[in-house]
Design a binder for this molecule. Sequence first.
Ligand code: AMP
Length: 209
Amino acid sequence: MKLIFLGPPGAGKGTLALRAVDILKVQQISTGSIFRAAVAAGSPLGLKVKAIMDAGKLVDDETTIALVKERLAMDDVQKGYILDGFPRTIPQAEALASFSTVDKVVNFDIPDSGVLERLGGRRVCRKCGYNFHVIFNKPSKEGICDTCGGEIYTREDDKPEAIQKRLEVYRAQTEPLIDFYRKKGLLVDIDARPLVDEIVIEFKKVLGV
Ligand code: AMP
C-alpha cells in the first residue's frame, strides 16, 4: 500500500508511521529525517539545507523532488511505502503523480493549539530519531533514549520562533494539498488529537487493514 501522511508539523505523523510500518510491512520515507541525517553527516546536501531547516522554512522543490524520486526508485519500496512529510507543496504533489501512484492520503487533523503543545515539549533521540515529550512521554532517565541509549535533544526547528514559522508555512503551502487530494478522492481524515494507541485503531479502521 502506498500512503502519504499529510498534516501540520507535530501532528504525530512520524509517531504513527513507526507503528504503521509494522502493520502494513512497508517502509517509512521521511524527507525531514533524510535531511536531518544529511545535516548530521555534513554532506553537501546537509550543508545546503541546514539553515533553511533551522529557520522552519521549506527546502526548495527541485532538491526535495529529486531526493524522493531517487528513493522511490529503490527495490524496497516497490510494493508500498509511507511518505511522511512529502509532498508539502502543490508542485511536489504534481511531480509525485508523474513518477508514482498513491493509494490513500491520510490527513492528520489537529488544531494549532495541539501543535504548539506537542512541538514545544518534543524531544528527539539524536541517534535513532525516537520522539519523546517532556510531559506526555518522558524517557525513564532524563536526557537518555529508552530505545537505544542515545542523547535526547530539542530540534532546532522545535524552538518557538521556528515552530511559528513552520505553522505559517504549513498553512500557506501544504494545507492546499488537502483539497488537491480530496478532489482526487484519495483523502481520509484522522483525528490526530488522541494518544497514539487510539489513533492506530482509527487508522486501521479508515484503511480497512
Ligand atoms: P519534518 O521532520 O517533516 O518536520 O521536516 C523538517 C524540515 O525538513 C522541514 O521544516 C523542512 O525544512 C524540511 N523538509 C522536510 N520535508 C520537506 C519537503 N517535502 N519539502 C521541503 N522541505 C522539507
